[in-house]
Design a protein around this ligand. Sequence first.
Ligand SMILES: [Fe+2]
Ligand SMILES: [Fe+2]
Length: 339
Amino acid sequence: MSESILPVKPRLCARVESGAAGQVELHTPTDVLDVEPPEGVGTEAFRGLLERLDGAATLPELAADTGIETDTVARILAPAVAWGLIEDGAEPEAGSGPAALSRLEDVLNRLLEDLVFAGPFWRTLLTEPEALPPNVYYGFGLENWFFLFRENEFDSAVLALPESAEVRGMLNDFYHEEHRHDDVVVRAFAYLGIGREDLLRARPLPTTTALIKMLSWWARTDPLFFLATIGVLEGRLDPDGDGSDGKVAYDSFIAACDKVGLAAEFVEPLRAHARLNAGHDHGAVSRELFACVPGVDADTESRWHAKAHLFMETYAAFFNGIASYYRDPARPLLRTSEL
Ligand SMILES: [Fe+2]
Ligand SMILES: [Fe+2]
């Protein structure tokens, strides 16, 4: 057993007693175990070490107190750790949740600029929106619908988050607020002759599916990281953004739709969805949730920073996949099993 899995400050979960023959015994609620010192360690020093395992001393401190070398202390403790007889008395070092999120947001924001906004979809949308054919705008709406329709797949996975009742409550509110947003957006496609039944027979782009599946996986395996992605996915909505005819644009996509003069029948349902999100301040959900996260340790934080790259690569691929597929007007808007 490697020393790295030994506790920092070992605490023995058993009583140290002497047997009839003077041997050392460990008494647990269900068992009595005879234990022997390793070669070169006297019985009394061995007993002294076991009695000293109160969760307050590190291995080198135990070695100094008992006169047993640190390596030997580790060798004595390793099997006891494997038997579940040793706990760690050391408090894990953790920084505050909001501070960890803010450092992660720095990484996410930089990646958002480098990978997402510099990519073919957003760069063109932001600088020359008229250069994108209408199908790319429609495709963005459609792929968003696929994403919203499957959103419950990842949002539901964190509803039972065991760590905090407060976070659970907030996530339940968020789930309710998001519920059936696909039904708001679907109205945009009537203009294209596409209804909900048609969408149910169609499939999303592989790049959209990759984003959905990755979020579903993280919601199940690393829920706090998943919660940190919500702020990015919801975007920073601007309730004062300029759109056409004095309407609020809310986000850069709707501002671009207004600028190129896409049909109101298509744009207004999307604007209604953005208005709903802005009304619930969904851009701030991650921050509100992390305000209730008591602590994040350094290892977790560096794992999140590494994961942020994969998340943003997948997020960029989602947008660029839309630009790449829907750019060709010969390609059908809906990909069904016949296509
Ligand atoms: Fe939504
Ligand atoms: Fe939302």
